[in-house]
Design a protein around this ligand. Structure first.
Ligand code: PEP
Length: 246
C-alpha cells in the first residue's frame, strides 16, 4: 500500500513572519496519516529547516540545478539543497518550463542531479489547455515522462511524479477525478514498462487541489497525493488536504 504525500509549493510567496505563522499552523496540526512536505523559496530553506527539524513535516526546494558547481549565476545545486536537509526538489514545474525555457531533457538532468545527492525529485508533467483540446494530453505527458525515465534509468523508481495539467494550475479549474485518474493510470503503465517498482511509486496530482475537491481526487486508485499551490499558503486549507490524504 502506497503512503500518500501532500507537498506544498509556496512558489514566490512568503516572508519570515508569514512563514513562521504558516508552519506553526501545520506543525501544530500533527500527526498526519500521510507524508507532508513544504517546498519553499531557497532563501528560506535554513529557517524552515530549523523550524521543522524534529517534526514529521519535511521540506524541499522548488528547483534544482542540473550542474554541480561553477559559473552558473543564480543556480542552486543539489549538494546545497542536501546541506539544508531538503528531502524533495520540485523539478520541471510548468512555470519553469514556460518562463525559463526548461526542456524535457533539462528537467530530466535536474531530476538526476537531485537524486545523485539523495534529494527526491518531484518531477512535474502536464499538458496545456491547447494540447488537451487538440487531443494531445497522452502524447505530451508520455514524452515528458519518457525523457526522465530514460535519463534516470535504474533509479527511475526513486522519483515522485506530479501530473499537473497546466490549465488547472492556479486557475481554480480542477481536473475531474476521472480525468486525473486516466492520466495517472497511463503514467503508471508507462512506468511499469521501465521499472518493476512502478506500483510502489508515488504519483501526485496538482492543479487547484483544495479541501473541497481533495477527497474525490485522492480516492482515485493511482492518485497518491497532491502537489498544492494556492491552498498551501493557508494552514487550515493545507491541513485539511493533509487530513483528506491521511
Ligand atoms: C502548483 O503550482 O504546483 C499548483 C498545483 O498550484 P495550484 O494548487 O495553485 O493550482
Amino acid at each position: 500500500m502506497r503512503r500518500k504525500l501532500v507537498a506544498g509549493n509556496w512558489k514566490l510567496n512568503g516572508s519570515l513572519k508569514t512563514n513562521a505563522e504558516l508552519l506553526a499552523g501545520i506543525v501544530g496540526a500533527q500527526p498526519f496519516g500521510c507524508d507532508v512536505a513544504v517546498c519553499v523559496p531557497a532563501p528560506y530553506l535554513a529557517s524552515v529547516a530549523q523550524t521543522l527539524t524534529g517534526s514529521a513535516v519535511r521540506w524541499g526546494s522548488q528547483d534544482c540545478s542540473a550542474r554541480d558547481s561553477g559559473a552558473y549565476t543564480g543556480e542552486v545545486s543539489a549538494a546545497m539543497l542536501q546541506e539544508f536537509g531538503c528531502r524533495y526538489a520540485i523539478v520541471g514545474h510548468s512555470e519553469r518550463r514556460q518562463y525559463h525555457g526548461e526542456t524535457d531533457q533539462v528537467v530530466a538532468d535536474k531530476a538526476k542531479a537531485a537524486l545523485a545527492k539523495g534529494v527526491t525529485p518531484i518531477v512535474c508533467v502536464g499538458e496545456t489547455l491547447a494540447q488537451r483540446e487538440a487531443g494531445e494530453t497522452q502524447a505530451v505527458v508520455k514524452r515528458q515522462l519518457s525523457a526522465v525515465i530514460h535519463t534516470l534509468a535504474h533509479c527511475v523508481s526513486e522519483m515522485v511524479v506530479a501530473y499537473e495539467p497546466v490549465w488547472a494550475i492556479g486557475t481554480g479549474k480542477v481536473a475531474s477525478p476521472e480525468q486525473a485518474q486516466e492520466v495517472h493510470a497511463l503514467m503508471r503503465a508507462q512506468l511499469k514498462a521501465a521499472t518493476p517498482k512502478a506500483d510502489d511509486m508515488v504519483l501526485l496530482y496538482g492543479g487547484s487541489m483544495k479541501p473541497d475537491n481533495a477527497v474525490a481526487l485522492l480516492a482515485q486508485p493511482d492518485i497518491d497525493g497532491g502537489l498544492i499551490g494556492g491552498a498551501a499558503l493557508k494552514a487550515a486549507d493545507f491541513v485539511a488536504i493533509c487530513r483528506a490524504a491521511g
